[in-house]
Ligand binder design. Sequence first.
Ligand code: ADP
Length: 300
Amino acid sequence: MKIALLSRNRKLYSSRRIIEAAEKAGHKVVVIDVLRAYMNVVSHKPSIHYKGQDLTGFDAVIPRIGASVTHYGTAVLRQFEMMGVVSLNESVAITRSRDKLRSLQLLSRKGIGMPLTGYASKPDDIKDVIKMVGGAPLVIKLLQGTQGIGVVLAETQKAAESVIEGFMGVHADILIQEFIKEAGGSDIRCFVIDGKVAAAMKRQGAEGEFRSNLHRGGSSSLIKITPEERSTAVRASQIMGLNVAGVDLLRSNHGPVVMEVNSSPGLEGIEGATGKDIAGMIIDNLEKLQPGKTRTRGHG
Ligand code: ADP
């Protein structure tokens, strides 16, 4: 197969591993920086140009689109889809999962457990929103944040009010969430491929840190997940329409709750913690996908 890897940096661990696994399986990989791709949107013959060349003859595309370029990156991916090229994860599914509020609404509609979550846009309603999610302690999250940046724990009602007021004062979009204290600063990353949890790891925040992000000094280790956690992760990725996903769960008193479904989960942490060849499994799965048999077609 001729595979387009949409990545802004071929040197990143995940990109390197995907290229390695694809080449090992006999495929050819072309790395494409989406910001250098440009398109014509016409009826009948959509095409993509890249640094002056027509991008043709691709069989499959692997999107690894960074959060900051989601809008343009998914437009390029959509163009590939319009040209009949099969994608590991489709543009609609990526767009859904990148919008924290939208994805939580989709998950709640299907009865997936999640932390009690509130959303408001005007400071006048802060007190009532805090009440709706059960009062302090609360976690307040910037909708645009990644890697734990913009995730704040407010221990008291007063702290929560002033943090929310502060974010709203600069017109930031936020979520207000029940604090799952019993998770003890750890979460579980389930790596889902084609309806199965291919690997799982526990991430533990550094001493005194409630955020378990590896970028914030957290550490990862192997974990055995329960059947309920397994089915929650699989269902969450299916609801998003993602073929490959990193589903982040917290162990709460009321069962597993989903925090986030990631459409470009990193490979370094999970391959390091589990010793599994996740990149190889992704390529095996890509080989089985067929264009036109999309799960997300026609669904916003
Ligand atoms: P990001 O997408 O920026 O990583 P997350 O929503 O995943 O933000 O939050 C970062 C970390 O903070 C999580 O991995 C988890 O350890 C912790 N965390 C987030 N939400 C909650 C919550 N409601 N209760 C307890 N811990 C939380």
